[in-house]
Design a protein around this ligand. Structure first.
Ligand code: SAH
Length: 374
């Protein structure tokens, strides 16, 4: 199989013995002009275009579904060469859904090896890493489909980004380089289940990307039950790594905290979370759980969510709560939400040129949007 052009950085591209400026012309076609094929790169000699097309692929993702939610959240489902499917989510800012900022939620792996008890991706098991080309392409293609540049990127889709280190770093380089997609690292957030060595390694990288840590419990016993990764990297190690990260990057980490009814939403757990957040000067992002079919967890009643939030605020923490319908999809990004034909909540549009394609064989998991008002 041909290699993806964006599995290499421009200095690694094999573009023959032509003049060196051809490399920067190619770079401009890829990133500035967003050419979808080598053929379109008309300022390169046709012999070189043919040579590149013989050696490299420029597009490996095929957009097969595009679902738009009432509040403007769009889910894009991509099919990959090997039949796997992966998705990205485009999230408009809450304040100004029409013309405000857009955040793209990216996937980094197919499936996930970390088996968090509440998460659908873990149910699927680990299939494979996405290559850097497949990661960067989610951005390039999403922008082409939506017709706008993204303002923010979050690695909160399927997979554990820090477990796909090489591809992640290469993708970040292509996305942040001035000659690349030229996005400021400050607008990028990597979310992790808590891989301590990689958090420290990322802290030593020159890239000032944001870090979000999926905490979900504030004591080791409960966290180990919900997130097996905690047995390898328990809270004292994880929190030290977070401290190092925010110190070296001079920016606070975000603590993500899914609220699971009757499991981690007690006042006692809230007080513990508050102590951790204060120590790290972290922002806390509370996420009412998005139910996964086949798993026993439920989200708390709204009153419980409010109480938990107030408790944290009273303890002096900065807290946000995801409340919008669309953000439920966002929160559920770690889930593989496969939509089967005839089962497209709110309708769905196949994206040309694959219009009418009914892919998605066989659904590993079927997760459907719950009816409004439930
Ligand atoms: N593996 C990384 C990033 C992917 S998951 C991580 O663990 O952070 C992105 C976020 O979605 C994580 O905080 C994850 O715990 C959360 N998540 C997973 N399943 C969810 C669900 N059903 N409802 C709400 N959030 C969920």
């Amino acid at each position: 199989m041909k290699r993806h052009l964006l599995d290499q950085t421009p200095d690694e591209w094999e573009i023959g013995s032509g003049p060196s400026y051809q490399r920067s012309i190619l770079r401009r076609w890829v990133f500035a002009k967003r050419a979808p094929s080598f053929e379109r790169m008309t300022s390169l000699p046709s012999s070189l275009r043919a040579e590149l097309a013989g050696r490299y692929r420029l597009r490996a993702l095929r957009a097969v579904r595009r679902l738009e939610n009432a509040d403007g959240v769009q889910k894009l489902l991509w099919k990959l060469d090997d039949g796997e499917a992966v998705e990205s989510v485009v999230i408009p800012s809450e304040a100004d859904p029409g013309s405000g900022r857009l955040t793209l939620c990216l996937s980094s792996q197919i499936g996930c090896a970390y088996r968090c008890a509440f998460c659908a991706s873990g149910l699927l098991g680990f299939r494979r890493n996405l290559s850097s080309g497949e990661i960067v392409e989610q951005l390039l293609q999403a922008e082409a489909i939506v017709g706008r540049r993204m303002d923010n990127l979050v690695f909160m889709g399927m997979g554990e980004p820090l477990a796909n280190w090489d591809s992640l770093l290469r993708a970040l380089r292509l996305i942040t380089a001035p000659w690349g997609a030229a996005m400021s690292p400050r607008r990028i957030t990597i979310s992790t289940s808590g891989l301590v060595p990689e958090i420290r390694r990322l802290a030593d990288q020159p890239l000032a990307v944001g870090l979000a840590v999926s905490l979900h419990a504030a004591d080791d016993a409960l966290r180990s039950r919900l997130m097996p990764v905690n047995r390898r990297y328990p809270l004292p190690l994880l929190l030290d790594a977070c401290e190092e990260y925010s110190r070296k990057k001079r920016q606070p980490v975000t603590l993500e905290y899914i609220l699971l009814a009757g499991v981690n939403d007690s006042d006692k757990e809230g007080a513990r979370l508050g102590r951790i957040a204060r120590r790290l000067r972290a922002k806390v992002n509370l996420i009412p759980y998005n139910r996964v079919e086949g798993l026993p967890w439920e989200r708390p009643e709204p009153e419980r969510v409010d109480r938990f939030e107030r408790l944290l605020r009273a303890a002096g923490c900065r807290v946000t709560v995801r409340r919008r319908k669309g953000e439920e999809i966002y929160a559920a990004c770690g889930q593989l939400r496969l939509i089967t034909p005839g089962d497209s909540p709110g309708g769905g549009e196949s994206v040309p040129p694959s219009r009418g394609t009914q892919v998605l064989r066989p659904p590993h998991l079927l997760l459907v949007d719950r009816p409004k008002g439930e």
